[in-house]
Design a protein around this ligand. Structure first.
Ligand SMILES: CC(C)(COP(=O)(O)OP(=O)(O)OC[C@H]1O[C@@H](n2cnc3c(N)ncnc32)[C@H](O)[C@@H]1OP(=O)(O)O)[C@@H](O)C(=O)NCCC(=O)NCCS
Length: 375
């Protein structure tokens, strides 16, 4: 049974729970990573530039970027015992559970130790999560043990190459770069706050990221991109969209990929990813999926003044790249790990244990009843 968040505290909506110098969301500045507009980053940067920016507080020079990419590439190898762990996970498992388990397992094999090595651990995680996911993906489907070390030095190119077996064309590569950049950071969302809470106990980065993956998995957060494709695919004909959505709204169904806790009129990331979705749809000769998505958007705005968030058109983009829907949320992990790590560093730099209070709503003090009396 879903639990009520408690109307009075409303899921901590609007509560400012700390300071951050990493990202602005829903302020007059728009969405920025360390002061850089998301529109510029998504248009001009590669994912590694954005990840470097988040981890280091500044854009890399050409040389720093090359070194960062080559560091990531050098850290893609999976320890043999991690491969064996991944091979034990059944094909029926959700890939988010695989990443959660893989991240935790890596923390056993290569503990972070002293926090002075936190950046190394973050780079190792960023490098290692894509091969971890794809190693399990191929092994669980066909028993094939893929080689994970070589391949393109960009995370976007590497992921698509390892998944599909061939190099992506330019529009797909560009869309994947943009998608990874858009997903990389978003202030105090549920998974990032989870990571910060864990970090605030002075726990290790693997624990923080493992917990964050668990928080991201749910459909109200990262899981929405997978759930969105299911929704869009309900409609085989454009004319069924309006009655279908009206019906769902009447049943009080949540329409996945719509709404946001902080944004009130639009999600700046959605505008960007929608352009990629339109382009990939045209190139694929698609006449239904994108059109259905736009129709859902129209109906949701007209009926509820709700707008698509990043997850909505991301589902279209990934679909046109040939990515299975169960991998949609895991892609979010591959990217958001950069943001999570940046927040762990920030939390540690000025740490105070995160321990809020709760208003007690339980029973009044009761007299102890011995077991014999309780029957
Ligand atoms: C993101 C989300 C959890 C934010 O939720 P929130 O700030 O707690 O707002 P609520 O869920 O309380 O919604 C407020 C109202 O809008 C409605 N609403 C919000 N999102 C909705 C959606 N996606 N579909 C239908 N109605 C929605 C709620 O039913 C509620 O209506 P009511 O006041 O008549 O009961 C919510 O919009 C949602 O569940 N979206 C779908 C999941 C999703 O896309 N998640 C990814 C977020 S980036």
């Amino acid at each position: 049974m879903p639990m009520s968040g408690g109307a009075k505290y409303g899921g901590l909506a609007g509560v400012v729970a700390g300071n951050t110098g990493i990202c602005t969301v829903g302020t007059g500045q728009g969405l920025t990573y360390r002061g850089y507009a998301i529109e510029d980053l998504a248009e001009h940067a590669c994912f590694e530039e954005a990840a470097y920016l988040l981890l280091n507080d500044g854009l890399p020079s050409r040389q720093e970027l090359e070194r960062f990419k080559s560091d990531l590439k050098d850290r893609r190898h999976l320890p043999q015992s991690l491969k064996l762990t991944l091979e034990q996970i059944p094909p029926s498992a959700h890939p988010m559970d695989v990443l959660r388990t893989g991240c935790s397992a890596l923390g056993c094999l290569e503990p972070e130790g002293d926090f002075s090595r936190q950046k190394e651990a973050a780079v190792r995680l960023l490098a290692c999560l894509p091969p971890m996911l794809l190693y399990w993906h191929h092994f669980s489907r066909s028993g094939k043990r893929i080689e994970t070390v070589s391949g393109p030095d960009s995370t976007a190119g590497y992921f698509l190459r390892l998944l599909t077996g061939h190099a992506p064309d330019d529009p797909r590569l560009r869309a994947m770069e943009a998608s990874l950049i858009l997903y990389a950071e978003h202030e105090f969302n549920a998974s990032t706050f989870t990571a910060r809470t864990i970090a605030s106990t002075l726990s290790d980065i693997y624990s923080a990221v493992t917990g964050a993956i668990g928080a991201l998995r749910g459909p109200l957060h990262g899981g929405a991109n997978e759930a969105t494709l299911e929704l869009i695919r309900r409609f085989d004909r454009l004319e069924d969209v309006e009655p279908g959505i009206l019906d769902a709204l009447k049943r009080k169904e949540k329409i996945m990929g719509f709404g946001h806790r902080v944004y009130t009129t639009s999600d700046p990331r959605s505008v960007i990813i929608k352009k990629h979705a339109r382009r990939l749809s045209r190139e694929a000769g698609d006449t239904l999926l994108y059109a259905v998505s736009e129709r859902i958007e129209e109906v949701m705005w007209r009926e509820k003044k709700l707008f698509p968030n990043l997850d909505f058109y991301s589902a279209c983009v990934y679909h046109f790249m040939g990515i299975p829907s169960s991998l949609f949320t895991p892609i979010f992990v591959l990217s958001r790990t950069a943001g999570w790590a940046a927040h762990v560093f920030e939390q540690r730099a000025d740490n105070k244990l995160i321990r809020p209070r709760a208003e007690y709503t339980g029973p009044q003090p009761r007299k102890w009843l011995p077991l014999e009396v309780r029957g």
